[in-house]
Structure formats: structure tokens, C-alpha cells
Ligand binder design. Structure first.
Ligand code: ATP
Ligand code: MG
Length: 366
């Protein structure tokens, strides 16, 4: 799977462009604040319909412009798909094969995994951020997971609303059956993913950090069951207290993804370097899992990774990338110091202008 062509119009600071990308490595080189991350964000937005950094859609629209659009041709199993996403009057529209498509019909053509400097915070972040990461990682391989999380969220909000408006207990109780079903399905999906994911993370981390340094990811469900009955019982037990507080305390909305190094909580004890290595291991493990389970080679978006890692970990990262068969889009302030595993297409990014500049020569040795 790879992006053959990536185009944008009115997106962030980027000047209108249609780029022909290499199915292998693509390097975007430029100084600070020129638009490198914006290029990756364009690809990310297209693949996930979520902005990478923006809190609001309007932030994606070029200052002074009315609409923003990103589109791409994706080659997958010898078929070409067309995806486009745009912001029109503050609202998002997604198109597949030129026709407006709801998310359920839109996803499935393009899978991406991103690694940005912001990700380093994941280990120490609040549980909500790790839950988001977990659900997004599941979604990359199984786009239907979006539905699982969305239906749970809607049901949860509905129960909270019933509690806050003082609905009678039999009304709340009847509704709890519905919520419990969605909660159990979400826990089951997260559990199933972690079963496959955890061994990949452990193995990848020791490759990056060195023999004998161990890491573990552990799913910590707030209601530890994928049986609807267990969730229903928890809701019933909590009902009076939940009513007082005005929201539902236990359930998948309170789960966490524990990340441990050397048997201890990474959140409490991981050093900065360890946090980065952990997040890198998570991302590489995601890719390996997608390859193993779905024979999927996602497009890899690497934002300024080298500046975040020490030389030894950098070397390991590029050694791993060396063997990667998929497409990679990578940004850097200096292509000369990147250890690009094979001839890459080079693009210069200058004040929002992205121009093809030929190839970066292969650099393998030290
Ligand atoms: P760095 O190396 O510092 O990470 P970068 O090349 O990745 O820099 P980007 O984050 O891609 O930089 O782009 C930043 C530039 O884009 C900033 O100058 C910012 O003001 C500009 N920018 C962001 N959003 C918009 C927008 N909606 N319209 C116009 N310009 C924008
Ligand atoms: Mg950047």
C-alpha cells in the first residue's frame, strides 16, 4: 500500500501542489516552521479523518482561505483508490472515488502509522491519551473499531444524561443493558488487540533498548470482563454514586494501558530516553502486527525522529527501517545526516512550497 500522489489546496501554510511520491522513502527537508510537519499532517488527516495536532478543523484551513482540501491516489493490491478530505464552511467532507462517503465507507484504503516528537509524552500522559492511542492502533488494522468506540461513547453519554436529569431508576436500568453490551464489546476488542500487541512490543523494545532491558504493555480495564453481565452489574452497583457525581465512573472510559520498563510503571519511572524508546517500540510493534495479522504495510510517517533519539537508538531505528517494505514519509532539517536505507525521493520544503529535488543517495554505513 502506498500513496502514489498526494495533493493539497488551502491546507495549513502549504502552497497548492500535487506530488508524485516514491513507493519507498520520501524525505521532506527544510528549516524550522517551513511546513514539513504540515505535509505529514495532510497524509495523516486523509488516512484517519483526524487532525494530527489541531484542536479544531478550522486550524487546518490556510489563513485567509475558505476551504482546505487534501487528496491522494493510493495504490493497494494493484488497485488505485482515490481519497479526498476537505473542510468547507467549518465542516468536514470525506470523499472516496470522487463521491461523498461516510466514515464507515471511507476507511479501508489507507493505513498510516505516525511517529512525532509529541508522541514521547504518551508514557507519562493521562490515561485518556493512552486510551485514544490504543483505540487508534486497533482502528488502523480494523477500521470497524471506530464504530465500536463511537456506539459505546454515545451510550455512555446517554446514561450520563439520564443520571443528570434524574431519570427514574427503572429507565436508567433498562438503558444500562444497552450500555453494558457496548462496553463489553469494547473491552473485548481492546483485550484481543493487546494479546497480539504485547509480545510484539516486548520484543521490539529489547531490540531498540538492548538485550536484557524489558518493557511490557498491560491492558488495565476498569471493569475486567468482556461479559455484558459484569458491566451491567458494575453499573447497577455504582448507580447511586454515579447519580450523585453526574457521570459513569467505571467502564471502558476509565481503562488504562499500562506501559512498564523493567517491571515498573513507565509513567512514574521511565527516563526521557526510555520514554522515547518505548513509544518508538510501540509504533514499530504496531507496524509488525499489521504485517503479521493483515499482511498490511502501512505508510509510515516519521516527523523529525532523529532529533529525538540518541545516536545508538537512531542507528537501531534506521536498521529496522532498512528492512521495511512499505512507504515512508520522513521529515528532517538536514537530509545529509539521515541514514536513509535506500535511494529516497527528496523534497525541499521552503515557506510552504514543496518541491521535488531528485534523490538522496543511499547511505548505509556509519
Ligand atoms: P519544525 O522543524 O519547527 O517542526 P515544520 O517545518 O515542521 O517546522 P510546520 O509545523 O509544518 O513546520 O509548519 C509551521 C508553519 O505553518 C508555521 O509557520 C505556522 O504558522 C504555519 N501554519 C500553521 N497553520 C497554518 C494555517 N492554517 N495557515 C497558514 N499557515 C499555517
Ligand atoms: Mg515540524
Amino acid at each position: 500500500m502506498h500513496l502514489r500522489e498526494l495533493a493539497w489546496d488551502g491546507f495549513r501554510n502549504l502552497e497548492v501542489r500535487r506530488l508524485a511520491l516514491s513507493p519507498g522513502f520520501n524525505v521532506f527537508e527544510g528549516e524550522n516552521a517551513q511546513g514539513k510537519t504540515n505535509v505529514l499532517e495532510a497524509a495523516w488527516w486523509l488516512a484517519t479523518l483526524r487532525p494530527l495536532r489541531a484542536a479544531r478543523l478550522t486550524e487546518l484551513v490556510r489563513f485567509g482561505a475558505k476551504t482546505a482540501q487534501v487528496e491522494a491516489q493510493i495504490e493497494r493490491d494493484a488497485l488505485v483508490h482515490k481519497l479526498a478530505v476537505r473542510v468547507v464552511e467549518g465542516a468536514r467532507q470525506s470523499l472516496r472515488e470522487g463521491k461523498l462517503a461516510k466514515p464507515a465507507d471511507y476507511f479501508g484504503a489507507l493505513a498510516v502509522v505516525v511517529f512525532t516528537p509529541d508522541d514521547a509524552g504518551l508514557v507519562r500522559a493521562a490515561p485518556a491519551e493512552r486510551r485514544r492511542y490504543l483505540d487508534r492502533a486497533i482502528f488502523t488494522g480494523r477500521p470497524g473499531h471506530l464504530q465500536t468506540t463511537a456506539t459505546h461513547k454515545r451510550a455512555l453519554e446517554a446514561r450520563n444524561e439520564l443520571l443528570r436529569t434524574g431519570a427514574a431508576s427503572d429507565v436508567v436500568e433498562a438503558f444500562e443493558w444497552t450500555l453494558a453490551g457496548h462496553a463489553a464489546a469494547l473491552v473485548a476488542a481492546r483485550r484481543r488487540f493487546i494479546e497480539d500487541f504485547a509480545p510484539q512490543v516486548a520484543e521490539t523494545f529489547s531490540e531498540i533498548a538492548g538485550e536484557g532491558v524489558t518493557a511490557r504493555v498491560v491492558y488495565r480495564p476498569s471493569v475486567d470482563s468482556d461479559a455484558p453481565e459484569a458491566h451491567r452489574a458494575a453499573l447497577e452497583d455504582d448507580r447511586a454514586r454515579d447519580r450523585e457525581r453526574g457521570h459513569t465512573q467505571r467502564g471502558p472510559q476509565a481503562d488504562d494501558l499500562g506501559i512498564e520498563v523493567q517491571g515498573r510503571s513507565g509513567r512514574l519511572y521511565a527516563s526521557q530516553g526510555q520514554q522515547r524508546a518505548l513509544v518508538l517500540a510501540l509504533k514499530i510493534a504496531e507496524i509488525r502486527l499489521l504485517e503479521a495479522l493483515f499482511a498490511l504495510t502501512p505508510v509510515l510517517l516519521l516527523d523529525d525522529v532523529s532529533s529525538e533519539l540518541d545516536p545508538r537508538r537512531n542507528e537501531r531505528l534506521f536498521a529496522l527501517l532498512h528492512g521495511y517494505r512499505g512507504q515512508v514519509l520522513i521529515t528532517t532539517t538536514d537530509a545529509a545526516v539521515l541514514r536513509v536505507p535506500r535511494a529516497a525521493r527528496l523534497f525541499r520544503v521552503r515557506a510552504g512550497q514543496v518541491d521535488a529535488e531528485g534523490e538522496v543517495a543511499e547511505r548505509t554505513g556509519a
